[in-house]
Design a protein around this ligand. Structure first.
Ligand SMILES: Cc1ncc(COP(=O)(O)O)c(C=O)c1O
Length: 368
């Protein structure tokens, strides 16, 4: 273990390389381009490492867009559920492509994008998805995420050259992906062949162990040939999965019918996504000593989950919570004023360096 003060997020570059090389492989074998989805992971200290393996970034807001432009470079896709009048000029300054969520936004801002020669697209909602969570289902009833009516989509053809279709959610099942892409081909094929590019969004878990990357590559290649388009994927979770941890220390151990270890972090503040989706954190599971690992905020349900350890936990013991890169650092917050985890990187030679430490001044300046 390192000398760093816990809590801290630890990005392990040797582990990140595994995902990056799988992304590189897919790009080479499919011809599809891969853009990092900054909504999932925007820890820019890792971008120098990731850049050679990816084609650029995609964004969900002006700030993500700017960060992608400033810190990652390469191709920058701009998407937002709703651009504001005061954002659009700046946004266009950073964009290679701008993807509007609705025909209304295209009508409002398309002329400005055209004036600056920026390629435009629309979000297409195929009205189905692989999401098991209503909260994250882009095809949920009355979804505001994209256009699905073919005549409306076709009315934009004089202005757009592509579409973004995000409908996968941690989908590790290639056959399901294949079947749903065939459904998109059947329902929207006549429209797609009039386009130059199609983004299939994120949510395809193709960097996972055992995922049939060759089959995916062949399927993507065939799609591109059939419709004469350049495909893009927008991997968020697939880019950083299993690469990082949240390192915490035990502050207290209490016995309330259960052994509970309170740590110097908080699921609500530092791994909020898990709480929102009612999932538990990935805790050590080796040993005969079971503990509930709980956060230090006043929220009664600030509980990371159940862990098992080889020996009774002692105050000061360090616990490593796995898979802590995706939708964690981008969602961390100052609830209870709990100290924000630092961000550290483990280089491939094993050296750990702290790249960001947060202080009281950061907490104070997040409010006024
Ligand atoms: C439009 C779009 N692209 C990409 C992503 C990244 O998805 P994931 O992190 O599951 O790969 C998302 C996630 O919500 C998204 O909405």
């Amino acid at each position: 273990m390192s000398e760093l003060q816990t809590p801290y997020y630890l990005i392990d570059l040797a582990k990140l390389r595994v995902n990056m090389e799988r992304i590189q492989y897919l790009r080479e074998h499919s011809g599809a381009k891969c853009l990092l989805a900054l909504k999932c992971f925007a820890t820019w200290s890792a971008f120098d490492f990731m850049r050679p393996f990816m084609d650029g970034t995609t964004s969900s807001s002006l700030f993500e867009l700017r960060l992608g432009h400033e810190e990652f470079g390469k191709e920058t896709h701009a998407y937002s559920v709703g651009w504001a009048d005061h954002e659009i000029d700046e946004a266009l300054g950073y964009s290679h492509k701008i993807i509007f969520n609705s025909l209304g936004q295209l009508d409002r801002f398309g002329a400005k994008a055209a004036e600056r020669g920026i390629t435009m697209g629309l979000r297409l909602n195929p009205r189905f998805s692989t999401s098991g969570f209503d909260l994250a289902d882009p095809a949920r009833p009355f979804s505001r995420l994209g256009e699905w009516d073919l005549p409306r989509l076709e009315s934009a053809l004089d202005r757009i050259s592509g579409v973004m279709i995000h409908y996968n959610c941690e989908n590790g099942d290639f056959d399901l992906f294949d079947a749903q892409l065939s459904r998109i081909e059947a329902e929207f094929g006549g429209f797609l062949e009039k386009l130059d590019w199609v983004s299939l969004g994120g949510g395809i878990h193709f960097t996972g162990d055992g995922y049939p990357r060759d089959r995916l590559a062949a399927r993507l290649k065939a799609f591109q040939q059939k419709f004469g388009v350049q495909l893009f994927l927008e991997p968020g979770e697939a880019s950083i999965t299993k690469s990082s941890s949240l390192e915490v220390s035990v502050l207290d151990v209490i016995h309330n019918g259960k052994d509970v270890a309170i740590v110097d972090s908080s699921i609500e503040a530092h791994m909020l996504d898990l709480l929102i989706y009612r999932e538990t954190a990935k805790l050590p599971q080796d040993g005969n000593h079971a503990y509930q690992i709980a956060g230090k905020t006043c929220l009664a349900g600030d509980i990371f989950g159940e862990g098992r350890f080889p020996a009774p936990l002692q105050i000061g013991d360090q616990i490593s919570i796995a898979d802590a890169a995706g939708y964690t650092m981008v969602k961390k917050n100052w609830f209870n004023g709990v100290g924000m985890p630092s961000i550290a990187i483990r280089d491939e030679d094993g050296t750990i360096r702290e790249v960001r430490r947060f202080s009281y001044d950061d907490y104070k300046s997040s409010l006024s």
